[in-house]
Design a protein around this ligand. Structure first.
Ligand code: UDP
Ligand code: MG
Length: 489
């Protein structure tokens, strides 16, 4: 098979107005270059004709491939999908709105041939609003001081990456992706050149003020733990200032006696400190939020269709997170959960059940003690003990049916359930004997140890009693309800 020399990755979101012009311009630059190429379009859940257009490009030209998302997942996710799709030795990321001029491609490839793994086309700020240019410049200057990686003003996603660099980018698994930081983080020899900024050919920018602001915060947080350090520094500085202020007041009191004024100072200090604390909490919250979203390990995007398989196919879903049997009416054959997935799920279920069993045990001990303590004032204590035991036993059975095994309690299960107590009694007796007589343990410690060691066995017998009783009840009910003769359709 002929290898592909250049892949062009193009994220598109509602670019219906410009996508035809972009495609024509791109092809007219790529074809004369006499290199094998492919164009990888990623439709980021567009609601206009973008998906239909890139689908038709792919049908008409085998060099065009596409992936379409089930909804808008953002440019970062679209770029990631494009990089994963790409097969070229060099990959160029480009916007679909013609703000990244295709005419620059030959120059980028020439620099790649000179050995650079990253070639960045950097735009100047021609034609940009004064305020936006100022804010961007200020942001990049601040970033330069804070971030652990270098992010340069004007250097965006319009860049060429060698296969080596693409593999490095794809090896970073984070959910909150900030490409500008990632490109800088992976390193490699980088060349850059500046081009004159141009306005988008048609349609509107998808980056409104709020989205840009959030992107800025993403950048700050993704490659940087300095805000946390800053919070510590600010806290220490304030504590020091407060100490100085306290000393000043104390000196004043010693010299002139107690003075009531100071209300304004006090209020100002309280408000200022409250504000700083809230801001610090916000910073910590941002990091905690990121840990939370990373720990969920959700896929970066969900695919609706691709040029390789135009039917809806779920991709980018980690093996462990794939759904089991398909939903009714989905038209797909049910998928059996096998291997590690099923094993993981059943292990998780057992752990959950065991924890529930333990908690119910604690609750029931409390119930027994409460009933016993309440009744033994009125009736003989042994009778109170029996009533307390029966109440906690029935409670244990009901709670374990509903909560631990998540099934309806049945009589069949109820008659089996005491087996768990019998096993517990015998096992704790044996363990107690071994602990005291053979291991020389103290009688009380041995009883506690025996009680704890017996819990898993009691749990297994109790679960078996409830599950098998419920299954037997279902079987009996099925036999009683199924009429003789042919099975109804
Ligand atoms: N884009 C995307 N998903 C989004 C937003 C944008 O795939 O959620 C694409 C968009 O179609 C374009 C590129 O990212 O190809 C840059 O977007 P835009 O031109 O709106 O950004 P700007 O040039 O204003 O920074
Ligand atoms: Mg643009």
């Amino acid at each position: 098979m002929k290898t592909c020399q250049v892949s062009i990755v193009v994220p598109c979101f509602n670019e219906g107005e410009v996508i035809d012009a972009f495609h024509r311009a791109l092809i007219s630059v790529l074809e004369p270059m006499r290199r094998t190429f492919e164009i990888c379009y990623v439709d980021d859940g567009s609601s206009d004709r973008t998906r239909a257009r890139i689908g038709s490009f792919a049908t008409a030209d085998r060099r065009v491939r596409y992936t379409s998302f089930s909804r808008n997942f953002g440019k970062e996710a679209a770029m990631l999908a494009g990089l994963r799709m790409s097969r070229g030795d060099a990959v160029v990321l480009m916007d679909a709105d013609l703000q990244h001029p295709p005419e620059l491609l030959p120059r980028m490839l020439e620099l790649r041939q000179r050995g650079y793994d990253q070639v960045v086309a950097r735009r100047d700020r021609t034609g940009e609003g004064v305020l936006r240019a100022f804010l961007s410049a200020a942001y990049y200057r601040a970033m330069g001081r804070c971030m652990e990686v270098e992010v340069v003003d004007g250097e965006g996603d319009f860049r060429l990456l060698s296969r080596h660099a693409v593999n490095a980018v794809l090896s970073l698994p984070e959910t909150n992706r900030f490409s500008k930081g990632i490109f800088s983080w992976i390193g490699f020899d980088t060349a850059s050149f500046t081009y004159r900024n141009i306005q988008r050919a048609a349609g509107n920018s998808k980056w409104g003020g709020r989205r840009l602001f959030n992107y800025g915060i993403d950048g700050l947080i993704s490659f940087n733990s300095r805000p946390l350090r800053l919070a510590i520094h600010a806290g220490l500085a304030l504590a020091l200032a407060a100490l100085g202020y306290a000393l000043w007041i104390i000196t004043g009191v010693v010299r002139h006696g107690v003075a009531v004024p100071g209300y304004t100072t006090l209020l100002t200090a309280v408000v200022a400190l409250g504000g700083i604390q809230l801001a610090t909490l916000g910073v910590i919250g941002e990091y905690v939020g990121r840990i939370y979203s990373e720990s969920k390990r959700r896929p970066h995007y969900v695919v609706r269709e691709t040029s390789e398989s135009p039917k809806p196919v779920p991709v980018d879903i980690p093996a462990g997170a794939r759904p089991g049997p398909s939903a009714p009416g989905s038209g797909k054959p049910p998928v059996r959960r096998t291997g590690s997935t099923a094993l993981g799920a059943s292990r998780f279920r057992t752990i959950r059940q065991f924890i529930a069993f333990g908690m119910i045990g604690i609750v029931n001990t409390a119930v027994y003690l409460t009933v016993y303590a309440m009744l033994n004032a009125w009736i003989p204590y042994l009778v109170a003990h029996i009533i307390g035991y029966v109440v906690s036993f029935v409670g244990s059975f009901l709670l374990n049916s509903y909560i631990t095994c998540r099934t309806k309690p049945t009589w069949q299960a109820f008659v089996r359930f005491p087996l768990s107590s019998v096993v517990n009694l015998v096992l704790t007796g044996i363990l107690l004997y071994l602990g005291v007589s053979r291991l020389g343990m103290g009688k009380n410690i041995a009883a506690v140890a025996a009680g704890i060691l017996a819990i898993p066995f009691s749990f297994l017998i109790a679960r078996w009693a409830i599950d098998s009783g419920a299954a037997l009840a279902r079987q009996n009910a099925g036999r009683a309800e199924t009429p003789a003769g042919p099975t109804p359709p």
